[in-house]
Ligand binder design. Structure first.
Ligand code: CMP
Ligand code: MG
Length: 403
């Protein structure tokens, strides 16, 4: 794998119209960017230490828009097509569309400047796939705004059960979108988009306010867990908003658990620490969600003022069939116990999973085995008629005869 290329003074790096295989950063030396070929060269720019060039052909997959020539002995650092493309693929589709439009304007201007080609007005600015991605992102964001304005979100609840006595200890509030044409939409289909466009903040605030309202119906001796994103925590008025909502609805923070995913905490650990601490000081509980799927180091977890760890469903679901998941779950539990944190396991679908987790010391669990998420009214009546589910499996279920 080649990382650097050296060019002697005067040497051509590439010509206008060439196929581009990489972009460059000037490490040492000086580069001239020119329009036109050898005899008709017009200098467009010069590039020196730290400057990037040759990116356009990689981004829009068109020929080199201009030529490049070493003005002195020059060393260039190579950025491969793959390195650049991986980043572009991860970028927001609307940002990608803007970038492609800008590039096409720039190419157009270059052509006019050098007056060599007729303008290509009918050339599509971006390919069909990129266009449809960008358009569906724009449409989704607009639909989310409408959903907020027209109150199309619903807050459902999933019971969280105490593994010792089978009683409901609390609930996780889960957002659902009741779309007028498409019906019920689950958060996996829209939370990412809401995070990218910033609508996540009014959305979570709506959910938090709704959960505080619903607390009355769910009973004062149980907690409600609400999901937040890193963006929510980073908003400068986040704590003021929480305080104002609690005061307006006359709720105490002690019944609330705020869930935040491990990966989102990693983005701005200092803000996270400060906000979590303030929440704990108010008496609210804080849970790290999806634990095990991110990259936190143990020392980082140790420094976080959180009191609850949620074990991700993916580990719970594979732990009885896959030895490495099993040991991962065991070490997460050990870690949480060492830090005196409460553990909530997600995604319990079979009694054997609940049994194994309980025997390893997990206190709380949620999953289809206990109850599916449902709207408030349903959950209230489910709670009233709740009968603890037995975790006993077939081998434990032995009748008196087999004693
Ligand atoms: P690319 O088209 O891959 O190859 C030529 C490079 O020249 C291009 O990417 C840009 O990095 C650079 N370039 C093109 N036009 C200009 C300009 N007007 N000013 C400065 N640099 C340019
Ligand atoms: Mg959660």
């Amino acid at each position: 794998m080649e990382f650097r290329r050296k060019f002697a003074a005067g040497e051509i790096i590439f010509e206008e119209g060439d196929v581009g295989d990489c972009a460059y950063v000037v490490e040492h030396g000086k580069v001239e960017i020119f329009a036109g070929k050898r005899n008709t060269r017009v200098q467009l720019a010069t590039r020196t230490g730290g400057d990037l060039f040759g990116e356009m052909a990689i981004i829009d997959d068109e020929p080199r828009s201009a030529g490049a020539r070493a003005m002195t002995d020059t060393t260039l650092l190579i950025i491969t097509r793959d390195q650049l493309n991986q980043r572009i693929e991860r970028a927001d589709p609307i940002l990608r569309m803007c970038m492609n439009v800008l590039l096409s304007h720039l190419r157009d201007t270059l052509r006019r400047l050098t007056q060599r080609n007729t303008l290509e007005f009918d050339r599509p600015l971006i390919n069909d796939e990129a266009l449809s991605q960008a358009l569906s992102a724009i449409r989704l964001e607009q639909a989310l705004q409408t959903a907020l304005d027209q109150d199309q979100f619903e807050l459902w609840y999933q019971p969280i059960v105490d593994l010792q006595d089978g009683q409901i200890a609390g609930y996780e509030a889960l957002i659902r979108w009741r779309h007028p044409e498409r019906g019920l939409i689950y958060p996996g289909a829209f939370i990412g988009a809401a995070e990218r466009c910033g609508l996540i903040i009014p959305m979570t605030r709506w959910a938090f306010q709704q959960a505080c309202t619903d607390l009355g119906a769910l009973g004062t001796d149980r907690f409600v867990s609400v999901n937040f994103s890193g963006k929510d925590f980073a908003a400068p008025d986040f704590l003021a908003y929480i305080d104002a909502t609690l005061a307006a609805l006359d709720r105490t923070p002690s019944q609330l658990k705020l869930e935040i995913t491990e990966s989102l905490l990693m983005h701005s650990p200092e803000t996270a620490r400060r906000v979590l601490k303030a929440l704990r000081q108010r008496g609210a509980s804080v849970a790290i969600d999806d634990f095990g799927t991110g990259y936190s180091s143990l020392s980082y977890l140790h420094s976080l003022p959180a009191d609850t760890l949620k074990i991700d469903r993916s580990f719970v679901q594979s732990m009885l069939v896959d030895e490495s998941s099993h040991s991962l779950v065991r070490s997460i539990i050990g870690l949480a116990q060492g830090l005196d944190m409460t553990i909530v396991a997600e995604g319990i679908e079979e009694p054997a999973q609940g049994r194994a987790l309980r025997d390893m010391g997990v206190q709380l669990a949620q999953g289809f085995f206990f109850a599916r998420p449902a709207p408030l009214a349903h959950i209230v009546s489910l709670t009233e008629q709740w009968v603890p589910k037995s975790l006993a499996g077939s081998q434990d279920n032995s009748g008196p005869l087999s004693l």
